[in-house]
Ligand binder design. Structure first.
Ligand SMILES: Cc1cc2nc3c(=O)[nH]c(=O)nc-3n(C[C@H](O)[C@H](O)[C@H](O)COP(=O)(O)O)c2cc1C
Length: 362
């Protein structure tokens, strides 16, 4: 069944209830070229430490995403760590459509980490200048670099000069309201060779408070010729369209909006007329998808750490399915036998757990 106005399946409208009729025109300024990469979708997955690991990135990519970005890795830590297959997988080295994100405050570590990532097969290197966490900014990394733009530039130049793959930058509007210098920083980064800039529409001092200011991203778009990606509070097609029209950015990056909804990026891209609409699983199909994601997490991290890391995803899936308050939620979240997760998910997500015993037995 499809929507007669924009010929897209109704489930995309369900995912974007605020989308008004007539909003489903194709937005034309969404052409992204990152050096010789041309993503087939203008909707990217944001890096989220502890969340967007290899299993989630793989799942999101299986639905469709123009680009996924690995979780931030400290440049010095990366260079000094012993190379392992696991670390390689974590970073997504060599995985198509994956950018590897590095952070740091010393040019030689940043350059060396970029070189290592490229040698390991990284297709795109992203520099983190947006992380607001105190333990990162107190080491003058992440968004703290916006306070010292000359130093930030020296890091960008070191990375660009160290590798031949494209280098991109992810940052915020500025340090605080008195220092909203993203347009100037982006322009200097472009002149130094950066091929794409992603802007989270908040200052560092806002952390995640308030709402993202998408119209302020328009100043960055006006300052550069490279593609700009708008980020912050984009959770569905309606917010993606608002962000794109207010910012005039060429694409959007979605983080928290993909939690419990790995298909959401593909649904947004379909609404924008870029890719076919994904099939959104419900009921037994959703239970199977979540169980398979759970299995992938356990095989990636091992049983104990896997169970722990998987719990937050289970919670997000239940909330996204409207089952956040299900009476069996606690049982699912505290279950330590991996083999019990699949049947529990089926019971909760197909509604079979809600049926009285004799009805289920009939
Ligand atoms: C738990 C968490 C971890 C994050 N880790 C990173 C990171 O490693 N690198 C980065 O550049 N941004 C990181 N971010 C910021 C996101 O990439 C994104 O900019 C922010 O969440 C706003 O987008 P959203 O509203 O779509 O989530 C993180 C955000 C969250 C919530």
């Amino acid at each position: 069944m499809s929507d007669p106005i924009c010929d897209r399946p109704f489930h995309c409208i369900v995912a974007a209830p605020a989308l008004a009729q007539g909003d489903c025109t194709r937005i034309e300024h969404l052409t992204i070229r990152i050096a010789n990469h041309t993503p087939d979708s203008p909707v990217f997955l944001a890096p989220m430490a502890g969340i967007t690991d290899l299993p989630l990135r793989t799942l999101v990519r299986s639905f469709g995403a123009g680009l996924v970005v690995s979780e931030m890795v400290g440049s010095q830590e990366m260079v000094q760590a012993k190379p392992s297959t696991r670390a390689k997988a974590e970073l997504g080295l060599g995985v198509e459509g994956t950018a590897v994100q590095i952070a740091g405050r010393e040019a030689h570590w940043m350059a060396e980490a970029a070189r290592m990532a490229e040698a390991g097969g990284a297709r795109i290197i992203d520099i983190n200048m947006g992380c607001p966490a105190k333990k990162v900014t107190s080491g003058y990394s992440g968004s703290a670099l916006m306070k010292t733009p000359d130093h930030a530039l020296s890091l960008i130049e070191a990375v660009v000069n160290a590798v031949s793959v494209p280098v991109t930058l992810k940052t915020r509007l500025g340090w605080d309201d008195a220092m909203r210098n993203a347009p100037q920083l982006a322009r200097r980064a472009q002149d130094a060779g950066v091929r794409m800039v992603t802007i989270h529409g908040r200052t560092r001092c806002q952390f995640y408070k308030g709402s993202a200011d998408w119209s302020a991203i328009a100043d960055v778009v006006a300052a550069v010729d490279v593609p700009v990606i708008a980020n912050g509070d984009i959770v569905d097609a309606a917010t993606a369209r608002q962000a794109l029209s207010q910012s005039r950015a060429q694409g959007v990056m979605v983080g928290r909006g993909a939690q419990g909804r790995p298909w959401q990026l593909a649904c947004i891209a379909a609404d924008l007329g870029r890719t076919p609409a994904p099939e959104i699983p419900t009921g037994a199909a959703l239970a199977e998808l979540v169980a398979a994601h759970h299995d992938a997490i356990l095989s990636f991290y091992g049983h104990d750490l896997g169970l722990k890391n998987a719990r937050k995803h289970l919670g997000w899936y239940l909330e996204a399915a409207g089952q956040g308050g299900h009476p069996m939620r606690r049982q699912l979240m505290t279950e330590t036998r991996a083999a019990r997760i699949r049947p529990l998910l089926h019971d909760i997500l197909t509604g079979s757990a809600d049926q009285p015993a004799q009805e289920a037995a009939a």
